[in-house]
Design a protein around this ligand. Structure first.
Ligand SMILES: Cc1cc2nc3c(=O)[nH]c(=O)nc-3n(C[C@H](O)[C@H](O)[C@H](O)COP(=O)(O)OP(=O)(O)OC[C@H]3O[C@@H](n4cnc5c(N)ncnc54)[C@H](O)[C@@H]3O)c2cc1C
Length: 194
């Protein structure tokens, strides 16, 4: 599907007298070759999305040799790269703005809102560690602004919690690629068919 769309856009640009490379290069459409030799790793992460990327760089920072397998032909296609921003508690971004949000407040709200159906320990664990994701992204070069989210929650104004990403998607792809290189993770993308 992605290839069909890419080809159609390339054809349209050519017909209009333009250079299709300006589109494919901007969209990071690249061919990938699978490695010829066997690859060994301490940790293999399947899927370079939001959770896969965080898992990979966290494991690599802790000293593991990490291989990431991603079925998308390029990182620009993955959901985790394209989000507006994460919700997180007790981050440097919130502290800078002076917000007073606490894990207890969010945990109570989430559990009450969902009639205590989710696993409350898991929700709490997620909230207690949510800052680490924002800190990792800050470290690799993301920029954030604390902003009110479009859904109505009690966490607006002096509370906050939503981290709007100011870095554009093209740059995010570059930052993820550089982070994989910096921490020594091997990213193996699916070249053609899956
Ligand atoms: C348009 C959009 C906007 C969003 N905005 C926000 C937002 O602002 N804030 C927010 O918190 N959340 C947002 N979300 C939700 C967020 O993107 C997801 O919750 C998050 O990406 C989930 O992370 P994940 O790692 O589970 O999955 P993904 O990020 O989707 O990653 C999964 C990866 O696994 C790969 N994959 C799948 N199967 C295989 C396989 N068999 N082998 C190898 N690779 C495989 C996929 O190609 C993909 O790259 C948004 C989602 C969308 C679609």
């Amino acid at each position: 599907m992605t290839k069909a769309v890419t080809s159609s856009v390339e054809e349209a640009i050519t017909e209009a007298g333009g250079d299709p490379k300006t589109f494919t290069e901007a969209a990071h459409v690249t061919e990938t070759k699978l490695p010829d030799a066997d690859v060994t790793a301490d940790v293999v992460v399947i899927g370079s999305g939001a959770s896969g990327f965080m898992s990979a760089i966290t494991a690599a920072k802790a000293g593991s040799k990490v291989v990431v397998l991603e079925k998308a032909g390029n990182l620009a296609a993955v959901n985790g790269v394209k989000v507006s921003g994460p919700f997180a508690v007790n981050t440097p971004v919130l502290r800078e703005r002076g917000t007073t949000l606490t894990v207890n407040e969010v945990s109570q709200h989430v559990m009450n809102y969902t009639h205590w159906e989710p696993n409350s320990a898991l929700i709490r664990n997620y909230l207690e560690h949510s800052s680490e994701a924002v800190e990792n992204l800050l470290e690799i070069g993301y920029q954030f602004k604390e902003a009110n989210f479009r859904f109505k929650t009690p966490f607006v104004d002096e509370k906050g919690g939503f981290h709007l990403i100011l870095t554009d998607v093209d740059k995010r792809v570059r930052l993820w690629t550089e982070a994989y290189e910096k921490y020594g993770c091997s990213l193996i993308r699916q070249p053609k068919k899956f």
